[in-house]
Design a protein around this ligand. Structure first.
Ligand SMILES: Nc1ncnc2c1ncn2[C@@H]1O[C@H](COP(=O)(O)OP(=O)(O)O)[C@@H](O)[C@H]1O
Ligand SMILES: O=P(O)(O)OC[C@H]1O[C@](O)(COP(=O)(O)O)[C@@H](O)[C@@H]1O
Length: 305
């Protein structure tokens, strides 16, 4: 079974504004609402690619009701924990001359709520895949990902972590199967700005030395680099296309990678399917559909990436 955990699901409010002006009244040209949060996006794309999965996480308030209702139509199972205080987030994604995001902080999650999550995770067994993805609400201690990994240590569960800074660094001693920082996040973890693939590979390998098994570094329009536990390094470019909305591209990449790896155990295939899913979502208004992903997969294969 595949499980995803989203501590902080969101409604993503994506608005397009022509020439956004700070401090002025701006009017939208287009507005859309998507069900978001990294784990939920991973769940949605996995299900698009034919991999059934269960999304775990916390929801609160009327926005939480809507998330719980809406994701029922996305093809995966959900088993959320309802929390009493606060609201699930509305994350604002402003598309104009530049892309700007305001991600909310999320509801108040108590120790009891967290215990409920641990009870659900206690069902996981050897061969299961667990995706821990995204930020955590302020009310939770930032050692939560490590505590989850510690509780599952030795059970043969493959754990994928897509998070930033300490949330990610602290899980490395538990040997996550895959981590996916982007190049900026990778630099941020070491307090440096990375220039070019050599530096990115060097710093990616440092995360491996700290315990990560496979490190996938995404670089938006510049593609991705994968450093595997078999000491191979793969680079993948991106197909040509018009970017419509890159929110969720990273999550789509994680989902594509997992689907590809589960299919035949090949890291190269996983990277290609992950890259195709990432670009296909960047080229779509919302998350990509299967046809688009497979079309870009073929393109990446033909172009020899
Ligand atoms: N502008 C783009 N053009 C083509 N592909 C893209 C673009 N942005 C993202 N992608 C694809 O999606 C992957 C993940 O995107 P990225 O923006 O690096 O992740 P994140 O959202 O986690 O920062 C990239 O490695 C690439 O394959
Ligand atoms: O949990 P965080 O880090 O605040 O991120 C949440 C946001 O990330 C997203 O999952 C998109 O993530 P990516 O663009 O990295 O794939 C949005 O749907 C959501 O608003």
């Amino acid at each position: 079974m595949i499980y995803t955990v989203t501590f902080n699901p969101a409604l993503d409010y994506v608005v397009r504004v022509d020439h956004f002006a700070l401090g002025e009244v701006n009017r939208t040209e287009q507005e859309r609402i998507y069900y978001g949060g990294k784990g939920l996006n991973v769940s949605a794309v996995l299900s698009t690619l034919g991999y059934g999965n269960t999304a775990l996480g916390f929801v609160a308030g009327f926005t939480g009701d809507e998330i719980e209702r809406g994701v029922k139509g996305l093809g995966f199972r959900s088993d959320f924990i309802r929390v009493e205080k606060g609201l699930s987030r509305i994350n604002v994604k402003l598309k104009s001359q530049e892309e700007t995001e305001i991600n909310g902080m999320g509801p108040e999650i108590t120790g009891e709520d967290v215990t409920q999550l641990f009870e659900k995770l206690d069902r996981l067994t050897a061969g299961d895949v667990l995706v821990l993805s995204g930020s955590i609400p302020k009310s939770i201690n930032d050692d939560i990902y490590e505590r989850i990994m510690e509780s599952l240590d030795g059970r043969g569960v493959r754990i994928v972590v897509d998070a930033t800074k300490d949330l990610l660094i602290n899980v490395l001693p538990y040997h996550p199967f895959l981590i996916k920082p982007n190049n900026h996040e990778l630099g941020e973890m070491f307090g440096v700005t990375l220039h070019g693939p050599e530096e990115i590979i060097d710093y990616g390998k440092r995360l491996q030395k700290k315990g990560a098994r496979n490190v996938l570094i995404s670089m938006a329009g510049d593609g991705a680099i994968l450093i595997t536990e078999e000491e191979e390094v793969f680079r993948m470019g991106v197909p040509k296309g018009t970017v419509k909305n890159s929110v969720g591209a990273g999550d789509s990449m994680v989902a594509g990678f997992i689907a590809g790896y589960l299919e035949n155990g090949s890291f190269e295939h996983a990277l290609r399917l992950g890259s195709a899913a990432g670009s296909a979502s960047a080229f779509s208004e919302g998350l990509a559909g299967k046809e688009d992903i497979m079309r870009l997969y073929e393109k990446l294969s033909k172009e020899g990436f």
